[in-house]
Design a protein around this ligand. Structure first.
Ligand SMILES: C[S@@+](CC[C@H](N)C(=O)[O-])C[C@H]1O[C@@H](n2cnc3c(N)ncnc32)[C@H](O)[C@@H]1O
Length: 454
């Protein structure tokens, strides 16, 4: 008989665990690993390998009370322009350190709302990237946008400077949810924005949705997903609302609002999952969906999906170089974070000849081994533990340790263990983060460290 995910099982797994967009996770970053290590490992990165760029713009036009991203409301055009100039400056410093002109396969602009960069500033950043790197012909160039604040001129600009994909923050269309979150945008506004993006020949559209927001109910979530699916976004990211007010003060503005409980969150998640699958979307890991023609579906079929700070990605590059306040860079040897606040970033950039890195973590072979298990499980829902241990020359006794820790998941029907190979079942998919914890050597359960798993 197929085991069901009952509420007591749900309670067992409802703890706060990392999203595993990297390993070690950001909790392990330390100030003693910084610019010197970054510089050294950047220069050691093979010249023939492409790199990816992540550009962070921390500004928004309005405050969303639920937001757990590094953002601030900034309207002054001069501040936005000055930030664009700092991005160009940082890109130049990066290129100088890299010495030769590197290939770029992937560029993502995240935020905040990166379209807050004025048009001329965006043109300058894009032309700086092209002058310093070889942006490959088939490069994936994407940007996050806010459907409430995107002008026709900006939409015309995007494909003209090379953007191939946009990601819209949708979250939920129910008026009572939008009111509680301080983010009012009608379905018509979202639909019109997607139409206008497609008219400009930008082929790929992603929509972000969130469940577990204040005032969300099973009925309102069903209404949202039934409506959004008619727009046929190529991809969707479906996040559980991360309530982390100890990290983001703005979320305290939601105090007094009623947040759905874990069982309600789970039900909302399952409704979205069911509607999207019926509508022909492929399920990608635990929080993404894509139509079969989309590169993310294709990468999943080939076992070529990866994870990075943007969540699931088709990016194959072994180096992700972050530019801008709070951005994170990933190299095989280590992970680094830039100054998180825009003020701190601007101050750090006043010091010439450095990159504004504040902390990081070195990655040992054992870390890379554990990351590969976590990444493959989260992307393929399958991993051969014995093969991995052999490949990374790790202590064979780890096998027994992992299998022992996985036993409870096996008993709950969330994983199948056969010949030392782990397969996550469909019932186990929503619990991928919890399963990944088994392989995290640093994880310590603590109340104010990560967001809720489901
Ligand atoms: C930085 S936002 C940018 C979106 C775009 N600028 C906009 O305003 O629509 C990126 C995405 O992070 C997700 N996000 C932000 N805060 C979140 C939270 N507390 N829990 C879950 N997801 C969150 C949302 O889905 C959001 O669309």
């Amino acid at each position: 008989m197929k085991p069901e995910v009952s509420f007591d099982r749900l309670a067992r797994y409802e703890g706060n665990v990392p999203r595993y967009t990297s390993y070690p996770t950001a909790v392990q970053f330390e100030e003693r690993v910084g610019f010197n290590e970054y510089k050294h490992w950047l220069q050691a990165f093979p010249e023939e390998e492409p790199v990816s760029l992540y550009i962070h713009v921390p500004f928004c036009d309005e405050l969303c009370k639920f937001c757990a991203c590094n953002t601030q409301v900034v309207h002054q055009v001069n501040v936005r322009v000055a930030y664009g100039n700092l991005l160009c400056d940082e890109l130049k410093r990066l290129a100088t350190l890299l010495k030769s002109r590197r290939k770029v396969s992937f560029v993502h602009f995240g935020g905040g709302t990166p379209t807050t960069l004025p048009i001329e500033a965006m043109k300058k950043v894009m032309s700086t990237i092209r002058s310093l790197f070889y942006v490959q012909q088939d490069a994936d160039i994407s940007i996050e946008l806010d459907p409430r604040h995107i002008s026709e001129d900006y939409l015309v600009l995007l494909p003209s400077v090379g953007f191939t994909r946009v990601s819209l923050g949708v979250q939920d269309i129910a008026p009572e949810v939008q009111k509680a979150c301080g983010r009012i945008q009608s379905f018509e506004m979202i639909s019109d924005c997607i139409d206008r993006v497609r008219q400009k020949n930008i082929k790929s559209v992603n929509c972000d949705l969130i469940y577990g927001l204040p005032n969300q109910t099973a009925a309102s979530v069903r209404e949202t997903i039934d409506a959004i699916v008619t727009l046929r976004p190529d991809r969707l990211a479906v996040f559980g609302y991360a309530h982390v007010p100890w990290k983001f003060k703005r979320q305290t503005l939601l105090e007094g609002e009623i947040l759905p409980n874990p069982a309600e969150r789970f039900e909302q998640r399952q409704i979205i999952d069911e509607v999207l699958k019926k509508a022909g979307y492929r399920v990608i890991g635990f929080d993404h969906y894509a139509l079969p023609h989309d590169s993310m579906s294709k990468a999943m079929e080939k076992g070529a999906l990866h994870r990075n700070f943007q969540g699931y990605t088709v990016d194959q590059a072994k180096a992700l170089l972050g530019v801008g306040a709070s951005s994170i860079s990933i190299l095989p040897q280590g992970i680094f974070q830039n100054q998180p606040s825009s003020y701190g970033y601007q101050k750090a950039m006043q010091q010439l000849d450095i990159l504004p890195v504040v902390r990081g973590v070195q990655r040992s072979t054992a870390d890379l081994f554990r990351w590969e298990i976590i990444e493959r499980l989260m992307c393929d829902l399958h991993v051969d533990l014995k093969k991995m241990i052999g490949q990374y020359k790790q202590d064979p006794s780890l096998l027994g340790e992992f299998l022992k820790k996985l036993r409870c998941f096996e008993e709950d029907g969330l994983v199948i263990i056969r010949n030392n190979e782990i397969t996550v079942t469909e019932e186990g998919r929503p619990f991928l983060r919890n399963i990944a914890v088994v392989f995290d050597a640093y994880y310590r359960a603590a109340p104010h460290r990560h967001a809720q798993a489901i």
